[in-house]
Design a protein around this ligand. Structure first.
Ligand SMILES: Cc1cc2nc3c(=O)[nH]c(=O)nc-3n(C[C@H](O)[C@H](O)[C@H](O)COP(=O)(O)OP(=O)(O)OC[C@H]3O[C@@H](n4cnc5c(N)ncnc54)[C@H](O)[C@@H]3O)c2cc1C
Length: 376
């Protein structure tokens, strides 16, 4: 017997699940989000918040169209969600200052220059910077710098507050967020009748698996393959002795994310170590060594916080968004890899459209759940 019922039960309250709940609400579909540790308690709360829709694994084909659609959705959201929810997440346009400290990095600069200057949509551009131009823009960069580029048009936000704002806006429009753990499914004929939690059963019209790197739990429940694995990322937040950065700064193996409170987030590691979330001295020292090489004055910066979280990554690095093979009312939305905040709105809107209306204008090329076959 079910204790409760919902149109759609979403397992996972990260960016993927909360975006799906938000866009389902726009279709008039009430979702119940099951989240065992609080919305945005994992990668969706501890990511760098960079929104670069032009570069990454899976770019330009097939992910760039989805990324640009998602970036456009982000701009709509950052105009509306903070007012609607009272949660400010500082969505904004943010330029990238990418520099070469070694000759081997010059090709990467040229590639980014070309990518931004040939972007398929207006609003993006990049310019080449000689060494002295770089130092004029940001005098704290090491004098070792060889050259750089300034790429304009991408974005940034605070990932924790963004995901919380999505959850809050979804709740305002009729969704419910429940603090519990999904432990199984009650199955009917090619469909799921209810989601079993540690506390109760929730009868549902449909279920959406949006459990980030924990999606494999549902493989046994459904006898399908959902090959998502964790890729650990550690980040260090620094308070510089002076003003924060005005750019996202990349070079010499370091990436630095400028936050509106003046902090600089430095990272991130990419570690294939399963679900281990430990903070390691090795990672901290490596991140700091690279950061101090790029900006020597950071050697005196206060270390404010060191975090670790897990990116959900599929074997082909493409998200999984769509109906689960062999099941009438089971859907999957996961695999955002290093771009799950950027892609979150498009992934969430895409799956919400499919659940509520059967189709979507979001480009989901390469994201079909059936590509991994029916059985794990
Ligand atoms: C260091 C780092 C930096 C990053 N930087 C960026 C960036 O700059 N830009 C960008 O776009 N992306 C970035 N990412 C990637 C991005 O954070 C992730 O792709 C995204 O947050 C994944 O969202 P998700 O909702 O799929 O998964 P998650 O955020 O992991 O959410 C899944 C949720 O499901 C819950 N859950 C799992 N199983 C169950 C269950 N059985 N019952 C109940 N709840 C369950 C978990 O508690 C979790 O909260 C970064 C990631 C890392 C690690």
């Amino acid at each position: 017997m079910s204790d409760q019922s919902a149109d759609v039960v979403i397992i996972g309250g990260g960016a993927a699940g909360c975006a799906a709940a938000y866009y389902l609400a726009a279709h008039g579909v009430n979702a119940t989000v099951i989240e065992r540790e609080g919305a945005a308690s994992h990668a969706s709360g501890y990511n760098a918040g960079g929104l670069n829709p032009l570069e990454g694994h899976g770019w330009p084909d097939p992910l760039q169209p989805m990324a640009l659609q998602s970036f456009a959705l982000h701009k709509e959201l950052w105009d509306s969600l903070p007012g609607e929810t009272g949660i400010e997440y500082h969505g904004r346009i943010m330029s990238i200052l990418k520099v070469a400290l070694d000759p081997e990095e010059l090709d990467d600069l040229k590639a980014t220059l070309e990518t931004f200057n040939s972007a398929p949509e207006p609003g993006f551009s990049a310019e080449w910077l000689e060494r002295e131009d770089v130092l004029a823009l940001e005098p704290r960069i090491t004098p070792e710098v060889i050259a750089g580029i300034r790429a304009v048009g991408n974005g940034a936000l605070d990932g924790l507050e963004f995901t919380q704002a999505l959850a809050a806006a979804a709740e305002k429009r009729g969704a419910t967020v429940i603090a519990t753990s999904a432990v199984g499914l009650r199955l009917g004929q090619a469909k799921v009748d209810a989601v079993v939690t540690s506390d109760e059963e929730i009868a549902c019209g449909a279920v959406l698996i949006a459990a980030g790197p924990w999606c494999r739990s549902a493989e046994q429940w459904l006898d399908i393959a959902i090959p998502v694995d964790p890729l650990k990322g550690q980040i260090i937040r620094l308070r510089p002795d002076g003003p924060g950065l005005e750019y996202e700064l990349i070079g010499g193996g370091s990436s630095m994310y400028a936050k509106t409170d003046g902090l600089i987030w430095c990272g991130a590691t990419e570690e294939d170590v399963g679900f281990d979330l430990s903070l390691t001295d090795e990672a901290r020292e490596d991140i700091l060594r690279r950061a101090v090489r790029l900006v020597p004055s950071l050697s005196g910066a206060e270390q404010v916080l060191h975090t670790a979280c897990l990116r959900p990554v599929t074997p082909d690095w493409l998200p999984i968004v769509g109906r689960a093979p062999g099941w009438d009312n089971v859907y999957i939305c996961t695999g955002g890899q290093k771009k799950g905040i950027l892609l979150g709105p498009a992934m969430g809107k895409g799956i919400a459209d499919i659940i509520a209306a059967g189709s979507t204008e979001i480009s989901l090329e390469g994201c079909d759940p059936a590509r991994f076959g029916q059985n794990p």
